[in-house]
Design a protein around this ligand. Structure first.
Ligand SMILES: Nc1ncnc2c1ncn2[C@@H]1O[C@H](COP(=O)(O)OP(=O)(O)OP(=O)(O)O)[C@@H](O)[C@H]1O
Ligand SMILES: [Mg+2]
Length: 307
């Protein structure tokens, strides 16, 4: 359904003296999602996860520059195609509730999303009611404005808005943040159901436990690049995980050793070595010489000189 090859996202920023500086936030990113699959993207805050979702929809700010290849349903995802299929074939559950229009009633917003996605006008009310029921939103909420919603309700409205239509690819950016555990599990269960009915889901989260509840595969992001793609089942034990960063994330889980051994990850401006090497306990001279290639390893992929 979606195939991303060697994607980079750069921003132009102004520094002191109004000098222009280019920063590379996402670099050499590879990722693919198939029909029927939930692909989780995990990585720490600032890794570039939301930017990836925005790049796929073509809604990055103007000072962003994108390189690389993205294919959706086998065809290149050009800016023209992005604006034609945004909300129709690719839908976003955004990370921030500020994406709701503050001046429109919630029901109107969900109905608009349903119409935009191609649902017949006469079927829209019933479709919206089903979406409200699915996300435990009472009927009266349809008449409310976003400021009247609690944080968790607003998140459920965003999820209802993105999933009400017929989009084939759902980009879910931290869809469970601010939800209580039961509602969060239901929201994740719904994403799983959508995948089971032939859609593809990109589940973006910084929380591995959330990801593992429903994902088939997990792509691990570190400093804006893919360092490992592993099966969700590989996270059952340390033995199948190949990258030191993934292993450190696994070890930090409360259900495992609960050990946080890693230094904060910093984006290095040089492109000469492994992006993770400054935080890696296993680094040696080879790690500084070149960026490791993404190598196939079993059913997954890994980017490490020593894997
Ligand atoms: N418009 C912009 N101009 C310059 N830098 C930006 C811009 N938008 C985002 N960034 C930078 O890109 C990096 C990645 O941002 P992004 O929002 O994708 O992170 P994230 O992985 O989604 O983090 P979180 O888990 O906290 O949501 C951040 O360091 C951020 O400062
Ligand atoms: Mg984000």
């Amino acid at each position: 359904m979606l195939d991303i090859q060697n994607l980079s996202i750069r921003f132009t920023r102004y520094t002191f003296g109004l000098k222009k500086k280019e920063v590379c936030i996402v670099r050499s990113l590879d990722l693919s999602v198939s029909t029927g699959q939930v692909m989780a993207v995990i990585g720490q805050s600032g890794a570039g996860k939301s930017l990836l979702a925005h790049a796929l929809l073509g809604i990055l700010p103007r000072n962003a520059r994108i390189e690389g290849r993205v294919f959706f349903k086998g065809q290149p995802l050009t800016p023209e195609r992005q604006s034609a299929i945004r909300g129709r074939e690719i839908a976003l559950i955004p990370q921030s509730v500020t994406y709701l229009n503050p001046l429109l009633r919630v029901g109107v917003q969900v109905a608009r999303a349903a119409r935009l996605s191609g649902i017949n006008q006469k079927d829209v009310p019933a479709t919206v009611s089903r979406a409200f029921a699915r996300y435990l939103l009472q009927k009266k909420v349809a008449a409310w404005f976003p400021f009247q919603l609690s944080g968790g309700m607003a998140r459920r409205v965003l999820t209802a808005t993105a999933t009400v239509g017929m989009a084939d690819l759902i980009l879910a950016d931290e869809p469970t943040s601010g939800l209580d555990p039961i509602t969060a599990r239901e929201a994740l269960g719904h994403l799983r159901e959508l995948a089971n009915t032939g859609k593809a889901v990109l589940l973006i989260t910084h929380d591995i436990e959330t990801a593992l509840q429903v994902a088939d595969m997990v792509t691990v992001f570190c400093a804006g690049t893919t360092v490992e793609v592993a099966r969700a089942d590989d996270f059952k034990g340390l033995g199948h995980l190949r990258h030191p960063y993934t292993r450190a994330l696994w070890a930090a889980l409360p259900t495992n050793s609960f050990i946080g051994t890693m230094k904060p990850i910093e984006r290095t401006s040089d492109t000469g070595g492994c992006p993770f090497r400054l935080c890696c306990n296993d680094q040696d001279a080879v790690c500084g010489q070149s960026v490791p290639e993404l190598k196939q390893a079993g059913e997954g992929w890994v980017r490490c000189h020593h894997a």
